[in-house]
Design a protein around this ligand. Structure first.
Ligand code: SAM
Length: 259
């Protein structure tokens, strides 16, 4: 499949930075995934598709619960790292390289589709949701966890979008909870729950290093922070602690069921 510009940017960025996402990365803590899937009471051996798996933290956690997991990503080096981690942990998983906007699977083949801290890179969230709904079995579940900005905060949303685009140019767009819910409902996924939690960004330099942010972009981010509108300062609790610039991301957890 020919990739569009947004997909190519993500593929290149994450192929280059795959070494930063394994052991020690903040995504290694999967308590958010555990809490979201517990109420779903998945039967052991459920078929799970983890989209944009990165270093595999979400998908490998699900495999460790005894599910039959397929890890997918657009960047081959990420899948290699996820495979190595699976071997180290004695877990058996399938891996497939493809974009989140088009899946090479038959209709109704999965009990659960997960996607965590990645959809803000996707060129077409609409296609991703349509594909997710297509490959889920009736009654199957979708778990989305991603950066978001609450509804009704367009100025703060634009500010965060500008910051994130400079920090990591493969960022595409954060969607609000209502925008995700509309996409899901339009594709036949009934939204059971949306929760926004706050997640501290404790060290701006760590974020810069993770994405290998260019020096000129770091300066622009610092200027955006210095001139942030009050709406963004308040919403993201932008401030300083011990000389470090800190703020709180908003992270959306959405659970939906295929009708
Ligand atoms: C932060 S990592 C994902 C973290 C992972 N889901 C976890 O829970 O640890 C983001 C991943 O999204 C992948 N990605 C970005 N755009 C994509 C797309 N359009 N299709 C598939 N994967 C994509 C990147 O290659 C990268 O591995």
């Amino acid at each position: 499949m020919k990739l569009d510009e947004v997909q190519q940017a993500a593929q290149e960025q994450f192929a280059r930075r795959s070494h930063r996402y394994g052991h020690g990365h903040i995504l290694e803590n999967v308590e958010d995934v555990r809490a979201a899937i517990e109420p779903l009471q998945l039967a052991p051996g459920s078929r799970v598709l983890d989209v944009a798996t990165g270093a595999g933290h979400t998908g490998l956690f699900l495999a460790s619960l005894g599910h039959e997991v397929t890890l997918t990503d657009i960047a081959a080096p990420m899948l290699e790292r996820a495979k190595e981690a699976a071997t180290r942990r004695g877990l058996k998983v399938q891996t497939r390289q493809h974009p989140a906007e088009q899946f090479p699977y038959a209709d109704a083949s999965f009990d659960l589709v997960t996607c965590r801290v990645a959809p803000h890179h996707f060129s077409s969230p609409e296609s991703f949701i349509r594909e997710t709904a297509r490959v889920l079995k009736r009654g199957g579940h979708f778990l989305l966890i991603d950066g978001s900005v609450e509804d009704g905060q367009p100025e703060a949303e634009e500010w965060l979008h500008a910051v994130e685009k400079l920090r990591d140019p493969s960022h595409h767009r954060f969607l609000t909870p209502r925008a995700w819910s509309r996409l899901c409902e339009g594709a036949g996924l009934k939204v059971l729950k949306t929760t926004l939690t706050q997640f501290k960004q404790p060290d701006l330099n760590w974020y810069f290093e993770t994405a290998a942010t260019l020096p000129e972009n770091r300066k622009k981010v610092l200027a955006l922070i210095a001139h942030a509108p009050q709406s963004a300062r308040d919403l993201f609790r932008l401030g300083e602690e011990d000389g470090n610039i800190v703020w709180w991301w908003q992270r959306l957890t959405l659970v939906a069921r295929k009708q």
